[in-house]
Design a protein around this ligand. Sequence first.
Ligand SMILES: [Zn+2]
Ligand SMILES: [Zn+2]
Length: 463
Amino acid sequence: MREVMTAEAVYRALLDRGAEARLIYIADTYDRLRRLYPFLPESFSEHIGKPLSEIPCPYGCCPSYAEHFLAPFLQSMERLGIRPEVYRADRLYKEGKYNEAIKTALSRSADIARILKEVSGRDVPEGWSPFDAICSSCGRTNTTRVTGFDLEAETVDYQCSCGFSGTAPMSGGGKLVWRVDWPARWPIFNVTVEPFGKDHATAGGSYDTGKRISEEIYGYPAPFPIVYEWIHLKGVGAMHSSTGIVVTIQEMLDVVPPEVLRYLIIRNKPEKHIEFDPALPLLSLVDEYDQRKGDERAIELSNVSKSGPFEIPFRHMVTAVQIARGDQEGLFQALQRSGYDITARREEIIGRARNVQTWLDKYAPDYVKFQVQESLPAAVKNLSESERRGLGLLAERVDDKSAAEIHDLVYAVAAEEKLDSKKFFQAIYLAFLGDRQGPKVGWFLSSLERDFVCQRLGEAARA
Ligand SMILES: [Zn+2]
Ligand SMILES: [Zn+2]
């Protein structure tokens, strides 16, 4: 996600400067299945080594393994407002788009091997070839050895450890190894800017070798590199497929509105790691974006809908959602009662309510969770005389006051009854939630039905 988001921000910035630019996403659908991942059935061990595009969907719902995992990623990009030209590596190979690059690589494999050795310090293994043929008997690419090639016929000869030997077409019969595949696509697509994770940026790593292969073998200047750091999930570690710490974009979009997710990525320089804390700090992040109070340019690049600030604070949504308890009409009423405009941006409100619900279920600290009690909580009996009098006064004076006015009223009544305001807050929460803590009191009380508020305060006063 950080990769496509970074590329897209560069793309938008270039367009803003009047440059001609295209945003390209190449899905590595022709890579081989490396191992039996924990989410795969045991029967899939027979597919290890085969290209992802040639393996069936593990759930039987898509044309291939590759498509099954690509589809949700493409959907998430769409939700994030990222609309690149999407290419699938397997189709590019099958259509012969790489044929010239394959021929060049095979003809100059000794030069490529020398570059790999000079840059990475490692010798290529005996019998190495820049091309991995797919065995037409067992379907694997990690078990074949290239024994020859024919530039005219555009074919590659191979032997497979399964015992088979054959001839594969360059188009659709295999693919270039990663370190050659990457630079090979740069001239094919005229790539000029390429973001990639820091794992490719190490000294002697695949960008370093790719740069030399691009320039010396393909005669094409390597694209401008943008190295990005990982996103760390607070308290868990760096998210990367290799660490096994993975939160899918969809999972993130379940709790973060799309533009805020864009903002999270864009406001940080690519080379800085992002500490993503999905607990309370997430609320501040959303509010920072909604109120347009953060990095101005990052907000501009994130705001694909070109909308103005979003009025309802995310923290207040957390209150309203818990009052509404899954009832959409109830949610709108709660928001309206607390003084927010519910006629505009209803879809966004609904989306955020969904985000908040997931956030409450998965990441919220317990103390922000509450439940309005249907009847007067028994603990109210422990309140003092003056606390009870205070609640009675609130009941009389709350009438049609706004959230901020109720907030002031609570302080005024506390002062009048010579109560510590914090204690008085606790008395109020106790009467409604059966708990000594709760959300911002004025906004909380104003979100509830006013008759109910008066009735409950009165009951508590008389208890
Ligand atoms: Zn599927
Ligand atoms: Zn084989």
